[in-house]
Design a protein around this ligand. Structure first.
Ligand code: FBP
Length: 554
């Protein structure tokens, strides 16, 4: 492998563990906490998880290790979208496993959950692990989005576990993957397999959190990477003074990434999907809101600016989600083939017009043609519109352009408007983890093994007090069922982890809300610059603004 100078130096970085996990495995004991209950639908979740529901939260503390000495053979998978720090979770897990007993084994199942089903694995050793310490990416074993949810799959996983003598499985994933971890843990317990299942909270989207899980890993590095790029664009925009930049940022559903980037860079506009839904804003109202900023800035001679658009925005616009629901019906089953067989866009347009309600068609008809066509691109495995394929940054800039043309005709707007478009997502998912993510991930992995060693199952590895220096972090575990509720999925009520959306009465949004009017008109950009790996802690070990505000430290 060709190594960059940074990669070579990052190998030497020693991730910081919470104080209570330092000083050796022999000195880590458990402090029991209170019993838990699910976030909603307690009776239903309890009935579905009789073996793993209602368990106590726990924390680790310094004291004599009382765990049972037994050989551990642990399997680990990376699941879902990449997030910086995944390699360090595996490194921390490996180090704890080997520090406990060098005969313990860690197997990495390749390509995500499917690796467990296909029994495609690698056994880690020191040399293998050392090549991935403090690096970005999931390439150590790869990832995938296969869902582990059927009885048949669980039976196969049980066979694979038996074959290798697995004592535990660690699933590093987001809300869906950890939902699967909870269901697998329950299955393993109900069938007395002796296999424990532990989850680790991953996703750059930042939507896997609650009062215990303060942040999902990867959010810190990904948002810092996007914020660096947005800051650079802001400076370019403020230098050239001729473009409005419409920047879409990843975040499949919740707008945490957009909000954090806005807090870091103070753009003129940042849309928050959750607010759009709460205020029931229409596409036209959103375009007017952006056009107001363009017009006011133009009146000051500033024909430039930056608008951040969260990837998930359109699903939060009530009229747009109604349109998507109708399109999903319109193309259900064999109707897709019929639609695809139509000779040209005109014929397809007539088919759509005839198939949608007048209300939905009115929304469809105001969309630029490229967006109309994007709504009919390849469908997801459930046959639904892939909302992530919609170029919402272009949609809104196009709609703003039309609004401005009308305002110009009415004589209220006299500026110039030229737009540039960007989408930041993949750029941040495999970045070298920040010191925060390197430390947090290593701690999550190390801690996951302590949960295994102490016999827990159906728990999420939990490291909290994250806005403080790592020495003061608190390590422990939270039953995954605590985050669960019942939701409708593919026509059935299912137990799932509730996604954490941006809270409109939360401190991060409140801070943004209190400042955005000024940012919309004045040029208040801030330029965060690149992630720093070496140097003073106040620059290198910074957490996100979201976390700092949530913890009352900003
Ligand atoms: P996870 O929830 O699995 O962490 O993935 C989130 C994400 O990074 C989203 O931000 C984005 O919409 C999606 O993955 C893209 O997925 P893919 O890698 O399949 O294109």
């Amino acid at each position: 492998m060709n190594l960059s100078p940074l990669q070579k130096t990052r190998y030497e970085y020693q991730p910081k563990l919470p104080g209570m996990l330092r000083g050796g495995i022999a000195e880590i004991c458990v402090k029991d906490g209170a019993p838990t209950q699910s976030v909603a639908d307690q009776d239903k979740i309890k009935a579905l998880f009789p073996n793993t529901y209602g368990k106590n939260e726990i924390t680790f503390q310094k004291g004599t290790n009382t765990s049972e000495a037994k050989k551990q053979v642990v399997g680990v998978i990376l699941s879902g979208g990449q997030a910086p720090g995944g390699h360090n979770v595996i490194c921390g897990l490996y180090d704890a496993i080997k520090a406990t007993d060098k005969n313990n084994v860690l197997l990495g199942f390749k390509g995500g959950p499917s690796g467990l089903i296909e029994d495609d694995f690698v056994e880690f050793d020191d040399a293998f692990i050392d090549a991935y310490r403090n690096t970005g990416g999931f390439d150590i074993i790869g990832s995938g989005r296969t869902k582990l949810e059927t009885e048949q799959q669980f039976k196969i996983v049980t066979e694979v576990a038996k074959k290798h003598g697995l004592t535990a499985i660690v699933i590093i994933g987001g809300d869906d993957s950890n939902t699967n971890a909870a269901v697998l843990a329950e299955y393993m317990a109900a069938n007395n397999t002796g296999v424990q299942v532990i989850g680790c909270p991953k996703t750059i989207d930042g939507d896997l959190k609650n009062e215990d899980i303060e942040a999902s890993f990867g959010f810190d590095t990904a948002t810092k990477t996007y914020s660096e790029l947005i800051g650079n664009i802001e400076r370019d925009s403020n230098s050239a003074k001729k473009y409005w930049h419409f920047i879409k940022v990843m975040g499949r559903s919740a707008s945490h990434v957009a909000l954090e980037c806005a807090l870091e860079t103070q753009p003129n506009i940042c849309l928050i999907g959750e607010e759009v839904a709460a205020k029931k804003m229409s596409l036209s109202a959103i375009a007017d809101y952006i056009a107001d900023s363009v017009e006011k800035r133009a009146a000051n001679g500033d024909n430039f600016g930056v608008a951040i658009i969260p990837e998930g925005i359109v699903e939060f616009v009530p009229e747009f989600s109604m349109l998507i629901a109708e399109i999903n019906e319109l193309l259900a089953g064999e109707k897709t083939e019929k639609f695809n067989a139509l000779p040209d866009w005109n014929a397809k347009y007539e088919f759509i017009k005839a198939g949608l309600t007048a209300e939905a068609f009115a929304v469809f008809d105001i969309l630029p043609q490229f967006v109309q066509q994007q709504l009919f691109l390849e469908r997801d495995p459930h046959g639904n519109v892939q909302v992530s394929l919609i170029e919402s940054e272009k949609l809104f800039s196009e709609m703003v352009k039309e609004k401005l043309a009308a305002r110009k005709a009415a004589g209220t707007y006299k500026g110039k408007f030229a737009a540039q478009h960007h989408f930041f997502g993949y750029e941040g998912r495999c970045a070298f983890p920040s010191n925060f993510d390197a430390d947090y991930c290593y701690s999550l992995g190390y801690n996951a093994f302590m949960l295994i060693q102490y016999g827990y199952t159906g728990y999420l590895s939990k490291v909290s007090n994250l806005s403080k220096p790592a020495e003061e972090w608190v390590a422990g575990g939270m039953p995954i069922t605590k985050m669960m509720n019942m939701e409708r999925r593919n026509g059935e009520d299912k137990p799932v982890i509730r996604k954490a959306l941006v809270e409109l009465d939360g401190k991060p949004f409140k801070f943004f809300e209190a400042n955005r009017e000024k940012w919309a008109v004045e040029t208040s950009f801030t330029y965060p610059g690149a992630i720093q790996y070496f140097g003073p802690a106040e620059v290198c070990d910074l957490t996100t603004r979201t976390l700092a505000l949530e913890k009352g430290q900003a």
